[in-house]
Design a protein around this ligand. Sequence first.
Ligand code: HEC
Length: 103
Amino acid sequence: MTKWLQRIALFSFVLALALPQVAMADSAADTYKAKCAMCHGAEGAGKAAMGTKDLGSADIQKMSDADLNAAITNGKGKMPAYKGKLTDAQITDLVKYIHTLKK
Ligand code: HEC
């Protein structure tokens, strides 16, 4: 019986360690879904009607993190600026998220 309890305690401990990381990965994806997907597509593939390119394409992936960050912070063409609407940390996470869309 005590062994069993120890196992539950160990399992909860491991879960508690793992959770913050899951939450972080989720939040960039959630921000993307809430603020970006309507123009860039659910999977970042782009929408012709909006004039957005595939975020996973070589064209976008070869942009530096600083350029991606600047595009989100200051806007670009028809894209609105997110300065003041998203925190710097959220924008940095979004840049990382864009890299996960690489083809
Ligand atoms: C109202 C529609 C719209 C929304 C909302 C929007 N974008 Fe954009 N985005 C665009 C358009 C259009 C461009 C292309 C601008 C150009 O090249 O003239 C663009 C360009 C970009 C670029 C630069 C790559 C390129 O094509 O030059 C990045 C990175 C980007 N968007 C990320 C995001 C992220 C992240 C969000 C959410 C926080 C977001 N966008 C929200 C319309 C939008």
